[in-house]
Design a protein around this ligand. Structure first.
Ligand code: ZN
Length: 137
């Protein structure tokens, strides 16, 4: 977790460490939330704490990260929302909200899915096409 902290920067705009990762200003405090899926960090410059997920699509999302990406992978492989819900074992509305939420963060999510979940680019194209379509309706 210390390694993770080194890649983070302060999310508060009025802090001098804002968006400047790698200065060693961020320390890991503890895990929190349901199932302890979220990490709490502290900026040593302004002494405020923040969630790792702040500013990311996972912020205020109570699903485990692993599950979120399983959902996206399923959808990316061409499964319907209903089928994805059944495969991953979550509510169909949850799948819908994840899809909607991630539509705004395509680049970040694309990287993650390609590297950690070995999704091919064409599968991702399909996924984003699907998401765009869903957001219009
Ligand atoms: Zn700060």
């Amino acid at each position: 977790m210390r390694e993770k902290a080194a890649h983070l920067s302060c999310p508060f705009e009025d802090c001098e460490g804002y968006k400047k990762p790698g200065n060693g200003d961020i320390i890991f405090i503890r895990k929190y939330g349901k199932g302890e899926t979220q990490n709490l960090f502290k900026c040593m410059k302004c002494r405020r704490t923040f969630s790792e997920r702040r500013g990311t699509p996972l912020f205020e999302c109570h699903l485990e990260e692993e599950k979120v990406y399983q959902i996206l992978k399923c959808v990316g492989e061409g499964n319907s929302l209903r089928a994805t819900a059944r495969i991953v074992g979550v509510n169909k509305d949850t799948v819908g909200s994840i899809v909607k939420r991630f539509g705004n963060h395509m680049e970040k999510v694309t990287d993650h899915l390609m590297h950690d979940y070995h999704l091919e680019e064409c599968q991702l194209d399909e996924l984003w096409g699907f998401i765009k379509k869903k957001r219009r309706t």
